[in-house]
Design a protein around this ligand. Sequence first.
Ligand code: IPD
Ligand code: CA
Ligand code: CA
Length: 270
Amino acid sequence: MDYKHESIIAQEAASQAAAIIKEYASKKSFEIELKGKNDLITDADLASEKKIIETIKESFPDDEILAEESNVLQALPAGRVWIIDPIDGTTNFAHGFPVYCISIALWEDNEPRVGLVMEVVSGEVFTAVKGKGAFLNGDSISVSHIEDSKQALIGTGFPYSNLELVDSYLRLFRSLMDNTHGLRRPGSAAWDLCNVACGRFEGFYEYGLSPWDVAAGSLIIQEAGGVVTDWEGADNWLFGKRIIAGNFSIRKFLQSQIHTFFKQDDLSRQ
Ligand code: IPD
Ligand code: CA
Ligand code: CA
């Protein structure tokens, strides 16, 4: 199966949602509510998600949907499921900070098949289909070949709601500041993953992510020649909340850094 129709529909859904998000952004008229501490939702998230689901359902009425704002599932259903983040980077969007994405993935039988991440402000579109490579605006991309951590730029996300692990984070930051070219926290995990895929970041790690944050970007990394794991180096990164991604060497380096600075208790937490 070549998933061509699915890719076209993902692109169409993202383009329509992006138009809606841009309209909210230009009018600066949206309600901001809190789902939890520092966990924002706006009208634009809801409108974007509605349009994406409608567009997908028109073509694929029998497919399942796992979507951040309207259909959160705790496990992947059998068969085909679309995993949607209608705005990844809502805090950025709400503050007018120009990095926020639409992330759409199709998984089938527990495997990612199609991934699309569109950064709404720049219009960059990252795409991948399983086995067919990864692309930025139609041009083939690959992960960075830098293997020396001293020359690596690392993306991450900071905790914003549950601050219990801040001390471990700070110890890790200190070491990464000392042993890499630096750390970046753009505020959209889907975009962070795409930055690994196209070689701007050598690696990325984060704690506390959800399936809709990582479902598309991870396939794009894998298709760009990179590696995605959980914090144990295993495959439980879709629902496992903890992710490390990068080229082969830098992913390995990040795993060993995390294990040095996070306590065993932190690592075995659910
Ligand atoms: C958030 C962004 C952010 C990450 C958070 C996510 P949202 O997604 O990806 O970079 O640090 O963990 O929840 O809430 O803006 O869709
Ligand atoms: Ca998100
Ligand atoms: Ca979101």
